[in-house]
Design a protein around this ligand. Structure first.
Ligand SMILES: Nc1ncnc2c1ncn2[C@@H]1O[C@H](COP(=O)(O)OP(=O)(O)OP(=O)(O)O)[C@@H](O)[C@H]1O
Ligand SMILES: [Mg+2]
Length: 365
């Protein structure tokens, strides 16, 4: 087990291409389950491959435990890597696939057997140990690949979208299993995914990247409740946070360009004190569950027209048009509105977000 420290990590593949990883700093605690999350091409795999020693960084230092591992070959970093496309040896049985890394260490046959059985039990693959991977369901193949990775008891697990090729139901099961496995083994885990549900449900902390830049690191609730940047606000949460271009106006409220969306902010003086330019472009953010609908005539902080109803069973999402803006509202499934209805919306003021539209950063007020 070990902590992992990443200092100012950058990677450029070609002289004329942008940085794939841009100055990432990240400290991962011993035994922590850290998820690296972000859209396709944001630099997750590259970061992980640099940690593994499969890619040489352009700049920066990587420490595993107390050891600076820059220049240390992958095989000497005491890590185990699981990829999206797990490469099992097709001609070997599941047993021999799992035992493979131990055989290379010249351990006694008894000890190898004991360790294989232990891992097989943990991953529930005891019954298929004699089978060859070809022809086994993908979930079982993936378990064998995990078995091969964990049997060495490395200091750090690195996993790159290991559940992507599984069907939805199996993925949900494996998520829970992996989480338990990591907790039982207490081995530091760096886990890459572009799936926010996976990240929110598995991670101790999530590190969110965009365009090679680390946006925010925090617990699932921290990044959900207090997104540090517009990117994080729009990326985490389903549906994504409602974001409306606006600015301060003379009457102590925020308005969009047309004035159709205007909302009074009780802590406006506080907000003003944090904004240098009173005309600065801002972004107002609110999650769909932090808005309530008021159907009484003339009620609500803002009023708009229902344009879409999306019933999801346990809740209904309505799209409400206010001037040029569309706001998504999550409601109880028992609230039935029709398209064309004119409704009022109220906002949970302790849960609204204001961002500086230029720096893209959240303004704390
Ligand atoms: N071997 C390579 N040579 C050149 N460019 C590369 C190479 N590998 C990755 N890149 C580029 O680096 C950037 C980051 O890629 P990376 O694979 O790390 O993203 P990712 O976050 O893992 O994306 P995905 O979710 O699609 O797997 C991309 O612009 C990609 O095109
Ligand atoms: Mg990738």
């Amino acid at each position: 087990m070990a902590e992992v420290k990443i200092k100012n990590l950058s990677k450029r593949f070609n002289l004329d291409s942008p940085l794939a990883v841009d100055g990432v700093n990240l400290d991962i605690a011993d035994g922590e389950f850290l998820v690296l999350l972000g859209p396709s091409g944001c630099g997750k795999t590259t970061t992980l491959r640099c940690i593994a020693g499969l890619e040489t960084q352009t700049e920066g230092e990587i420490y595993i435990g107390d050891q600076l591992v820059n220049g240390l070959p992958a095989g000497e970093r005491d890590i185990a890597f699981v990829f999206q496309f797990y490469a099992l040896y097709p001609h070997l049985s599941a047993y021999d696939n799992v035992a493979f890394p131990l055989r290379a260490q010249n351990l006694q046959k008894d000890e190898v057997d004991q360790r294989v059985q232990q891992v097989a039990k943990l991953l529930r693959i005891e019954k298929i140990l004699k089978r060859r991977p070809t022809g086994l369901p993908s979930g079982e193949q993936q378990r064998i690949a995990l078995g091969r990775a964990i049997i060495r008891r490395p200091q750090v697990f690195l996993m790159d979208e290991p559940l992507t090729n599984l069907d939805a139901a199996l993925r949900t099961d494996m998520r829970v299993e992996l989480k338990h496995l990591q907790a039982d083994m207490a081995t530091t885990m760096i886990y890459v995914t572009h799936d926010q549900t996976e990240a929110l449900s598995m991670a101790h902390r999530i590190a969110i990247m965009n365009l090679g830049v680390l946006q925010q690191v925090g617990t699932p609730l921290e990044v959900y409740n207090h997104p540090a940047t517009l990117f994080v606000a729009g990326f985490i949460g389903t549906p994504p946070m409602n974001l409306i271009n606006c600015h301060l106006n003379g009457s102590n409220s925020l308005s969009d360009e047309s004035g159709a969306f205007t909302i009074s902010i009780s802590e406006i003086q506080n907000l003003k004190s944090k904004i240098q330019n009173p005309n600065a472009p801002l972004m107002f953010g609110v999650r769909s569950e932090d808005i309530s609908v008021d159907t009484a005539e003339g009620a609500g902080e803002v009023r708009g027209e229902v344009i879409v109803r999306e019933p999801l069973g346990d809740e209904t999402i309505y799209e409400v048009e206010i001037g040029q803006n569309i706001i998504r509202v999550k409601t109880e499934p028992t609230l039935i509105l029709n398209t064309g209805d004119n409704v009022g919306l109220n906002f949970a003021h302790d849960r609204i977000h204001i961002f500086d539209a230029e720096s893209q950063k959240a303004i704390k007020f």
